[in-house]
Design a protein around this ligand. Structure first.
Ligand SMILES: *Cc1c(COP(=O)(O)O)cnc(C)c1O
Length: 399
């Protein structure tokens, strides 16, 4: 029996405080019900699983290594630091695990068209990639402001054959892109599949994204047992919506000896209110149709890492926090930038700014542990996409 109590409607926990679920208008609920039925129909289907594993192996390049960061470890003088190399996946991050899984589900459902939302563009690119792979027409909603900030990612998606639609209402950023994508889905669900990018949103998305991303933790567990002959002492990952984190954490959740640590972006400092750390300072509430910890002032939402910039969080993380199974800490922009530069120098690995948050916390924690202990850090993505941004910041043009 797992310690994780979740209903088949995606409600985490029992009693007064629960997380997840679905709080959406009727037409959208109908669309979600169809996705739920298909997910439960195929999630344990051997043919489906075989096809999923085929593309993870042949297209994504899995399994990726669990790499012992030897120089970083010896310099810090404490626990061994192992990096789970999601950065080596095709397209450079963990997001492709989920987009492959969902596109295969969409295919089984007979979808003629796929839609998705994107903020910085990373999920849009991962979605456009799998739509090109299977020849399915694809529309990506993106806030108009973001289309200008991330012009190169818009071009990348278009190169991959996607149509990018600029959301022009409200603040013209991620929230409006999500709203427009959900509206499209509610209207067109007969032939359209909504491919959601993190372990957030109404049921069944958090459970479905966990299902597809858990390959990270399952591989890491097998690899650490081969290398160390025992479980790790700590598993750690950055938390935006929480998909790379839940993918690593879930296979370890019932191993009571393994500490689980999620690292949120403290932005300019938790005390400034300018961050994206709802588990550290938010309160339970409803956002985008599900219950989770939400930031008080979503308009102050900020992180140096665009992929962590979300005012809510996956409901399973809220639940782990509530039952005390995981700890959620926070790392500032400056600390993440320092880790970005440091890992590049000592290991020859340029991490994504998102992943750099987890690296930064590992650098604090490792010296407090003993040399026979080990930490697995999820290196969720590669930092090539961030090099131009870091260049501008170091030149002093910080915006
Ligand atoms: C999108 C992204 C994240 C944040 O998303 P999660 O759902 O929290 O995993 C983290 N790292 C990288 C490299 C990303 O692209």
């Amino acid at each position: 029996m797992s310690i994780v109590k979740v209903s088949n409607k995606g409600v985490f926990g029992e009693g007064e405080v629960t997380f997840g679920g679905s709080y959406v208008p009727e037409p959208l609920q109908k669309a979600l019900d169809q996705v739920e039925a298909a997910f439960y129909r195929y999630k344990d289907d051997p043919d489906f699983e075989q096809e999923f594993q085929y593309y993870l192996r042949e297209y994504v390049g899995r399994p990726n290594p669990l790499y012992l960061a030897e120089r970083l470890t010896s310099e810090l003088g404490g626990a061994k630091i192992y990096l789970k190399r999601e950065d080596l996946n095709h397209t450079g991050a963990h997001k492709i695990n989920n987009t492959i899984g969902q596109v295969l589900l969409a295919k089984r459902m007979g979808a003629k068209r796929i839609i998705a939302e994107t903020g910085a563009g990373q999920h849009g690119v991962a979605t456009a990639t799998v739509c090109a792979l299977f020849g399915i027409p694809c529309t990506i909603y993106m806030g108009e402001v973001d289309t200008r900030r991330q012009a190169l990612n818009v071009f990348r998606m278009e190169m991959l054959g996607a149509k990018v639609v600029a959301a022009k209402s409200g603040n013209r950023t991620l929230k409006e892109a999500v709203d427009e994508a959900l509206m499209d889905f509610a209207q067109n669900h007969e032939d359209t599949f909504y491919l959601l990018g993190s372990a957030v949103g109404p049921h069944p998305y958090p459970l479905m994204v966990r299902h597809f991303q858990s390959v990270i933790g399952r591989e890491a567990k097998q690899q650490i047992l081969e290398k160390e002959g025992r479980l790790p002492d700590v598993v750690m990952a950055c938390v935006g919506g929480g998909s790379n984190a839940i993918g690593l954490f879930y296979p370890f959740v019932d191993d009571a000896s393994v500490r689980i640590i999620g690292v949120e972006p403290a932005g300019k400092g938790l005390e400034t209110g300018i961050h994206a750390a709802p588990l550290n300072v938010g309160k339970p509430g409803i956002i985008h149709g599900f219950k989770c910890h939400v930031m008080d002032e979503a308009e102050n939402c900020h992180s140096i890492a665009a992929g962590l910039d979300y005012p809510g969080v996956g409901p399973e993380h809220s639940y782990y926090k509530e039952i005390g199974r995981a700890a959620y800490v926070a790392v500032t922009d400056d600390e993440a930038l320092n880790a970005f530069l440091h890992l590049s120098k000592v290991e020859g690995i340029i991490p994504a700014l998102e992943s750099s948050h987890a690296i930064a916390y590992a650098m604090k924690l490792a010296p407090t542990l003993s040399k026979d202990q080990s930490i697995i850090v999820n290196l969720s993505g590669r930092g090539d996409k961030d090099v131009a941004q870091v260049y501008e910041m170091l030149k002093g043009n910080q915006s």
